[in-house]
Every structure is written in structure tokens, then in C-alpha cells.
Design a protein. Structure first.
Length: 301
């Protein structure tokens, strides 16, 4: 290989690597918690207060509000739907509107697709089947998102508790430790960071601390979070060390996380049986036995 070609390839590789590393470094540096706090401190006070007021006061856009008025749903249904979406990690007011639109439009779109492709006479049965799929698809997707959101909270709880323990042992109160953990875990664990920030907001609003933690347990529905809340209630009642209790619960949650990973690893062998039997073994039989069957068939002719 000519030396000029080698030098060119090395230069192209180094350039691409440097550009990729620079872009990733700038993106991570811009989203770092300390940079966000610095921008918040250096931002104009009037603009920041106005933005916070608008964020707290404003709801969905007027177009989405008019769209919601056209939907056949009551305020009770809206409240119930918002709780379901919050359990899946969707906290925006417009999420409930878009989900309602998807539930109404999905059966129509899925049912109309076979009719447009095949025709009314030949595709009415497929249209009914696709319409049924479109009817249950939004609920299935939301259920999967809820399971994934709870799993992210369950897996990130030990790390969040470790950070809270470090803050408490450094001399901070539990409320300050929760605020610090919610600010530091925004990038690594956004789900649990948002839940901790919600707890801190409820405590700042005047709600008792134990009630805010109980709301956290109801909102997430995670067993480890419910156990943590029960432990905090007992700790507050008997006056024991919060840091020691949180450290013990973090170790227990980490052991449960390791056991869940080992359980999933043990199920891999059983789960691989179905793709092997349905996809790999038939192809292997065709490749291995196909020529033999063809040769036997030709000999008998």
C-alpha cells in the first residue's frame, strides 16, 4: 500500500474522531448540571421570573384546548388519564390530548389501510382485524412505557439513595439532599430526578414530608419506593439515623437489582428455544437435508 494512501487514511480517521469527540464533548458540557446552574445564576432576574410564571400559569396551547373540547371526555377521565400518563413519564398537559386523539384515530387509520390497499369487498375482514389492533395499540404502548419508566426508577433508586446519603452525611438536611440529588441526576437518571424534584416541590409548597413521600410511592407504584417510604416513616417516628437507614435500603435495593439481572440472565436459555425452533432449525434442516432429499427423489425417478 502506498505511503500517501496510508497517511490520507490516518488523517481522515483522526479528523473524524476529533470532530466527533468535540461535538459530543460540547453537547455534554452544555447539558452539565454546573453549566445549567451557572446559566441560571447569570440570567436576567426579570426574564427568569417571567419565564417561571409563564411556565407555572400556562397550560396547553389554545389549539390543543379547542381540540380537547371536541373530544368526548369528561374532567374525571382527563384526570385519570393524566395520572396514567404521569406513571409512564409523560407530565405535559398536551400528552393527554394527543393520547386521546391517538385512541380515536388509530382504529380508523388501521381499519382504513386494508380497505384502501385491497378493496372493500376483499379487505373487510382484514380491516376489522386491523381496527381491533389499532383500538388496543395505544393502551399497549402506554403500558409498555409505564413498565419501562418504573423499571428505570427501580434500577436507579440505589444510586440516588447513595447520593442522598452522601449529602446527609456531609451535613445537609434531607430536603436539601433531595434537591441536590434531583439536580445532579438529571442526565444520568432523568426519571428518578424528576420524581425527587416533584417531592422537593411539594415540600416547598407546604406539604408534610412524609405525605410527599407517600405521594411518591402512590405515583410511581414501585415496590422498592414503597419500602423506602415505609422505612422513612419508621425512621421519622422513632428518631433513628436517616443516613444509616437510607444506606441499608440502598444496599438492599442494589442486591435486588443484581438478583433481577441474574434472573433475567437465567431466562435467556429458555427464551432462545423459541427462535431456535421457529427460525434457525428449519433453515438448518433445509440446508443439511435439502440436497439429500433432492438426490433421493432423483434416484427414485
Amino acid at each position: 500500500m502506498p505511503i500517501s494512501l496510508v497517511v490520507t487514511l490516518v488523517a481522515v480517521f483522526a479528523t473524524v474522531a476529533l470532530l466527533s469527540g468535540s461535538v459530543v464533548s460540547l453537547a455534554l458540557a452544555r447539558n452539565a448540571p454546573e453549566r445549567k446552574r451557572l446559566r441560571k445564576l447569570t440570567a436576567p432576574k426579570a426574564a427568569s421570573k417571567r419565564a417561571e410564571t409563564l411556565q407555572l400559569a400556562e397550560g396547553p396551547s389554545p389549539a390543543l384546548a379547542r381540540l380537547w373540547n371536541l373530544l368526548p371526555a369528561s374532567p374525571t377521565d382527563l384526570s385519570r388519564l393524566r395520572r396514567r400518563l404521569a406513571a409512564a413519564g409523560y407530565f405535559d398537559d398536551s400528552a393527554a390530548i394527543w393520547y386521546s386523539v391517538a385512541r380515536i384515530s388509530a382504529p380508523v387509520v388501521f381499519g382504513a389501510a386494508p380497505l384502501l390497499v385491497v378493496g372493500v369487498r376483499a379487505g373487510w375482514l382484514a380491516a376489522l382485524a386491523c381496527g381491533a389492533v389499532g383500538l388496543v395499540l395505544p393502551d399497549m404502548v402506554l403500558s409498555q412505557k409505564t413498565v419501562a419508566y418504573r423499571k428505570s426508577i427501580e434500577d436507579g433508586l440505589p444510586d440516588a439513595l447513595d447520593l442522598i446519603v452522601v449529602c446527609v452525611e456531609a451535613g445537609a438536611s434531607l430536603d436539601q439532599a433531595i434537591i441536590k440529588a434531583s439536580n445532579e441526576l438529571v442526565i444520568a437518571l432523568p426519571a428518578i430526578a424528576h420524581e425527587l424534584k416533584t417531592v422537593a416541590t411539594e415540600i416547598k409548597a407546604g406539604k408534610p414530608r412524609m405525605e410527599a413521600f407517600q405521594n411518591l410511592a402512590k405515583r410511581t407504584g414501585v415496590a422498592d419506593v414503597k419500602a423506602m417510604v415505609g422505612m422513612l416513616v419508621q425512621t421519622d417516628r422513632f428518631g433513628t439515623s436517616i443516613a444509616q437507614s437510607l444506606r441499608t435500603h440502598a444496599e438492599t435495593s442494589r442486591a435486588k437489582r443484581r438478583q433481577r439481572a441474574e434472573e433475567r440472565a437465567g431466562q435467556v436459555g429458555v427464551k432462545l428455544v423459541f427462535p431456535l425452533v421457529l427460525f434457525v432449525m428449519p433453515a438448518l434442516y433445509v440446508v443439511c437435508l435439502g440436497p439429500v432429499i433432492v438426490a433421493i427423489y432423483r434416484n427414485f425417478l
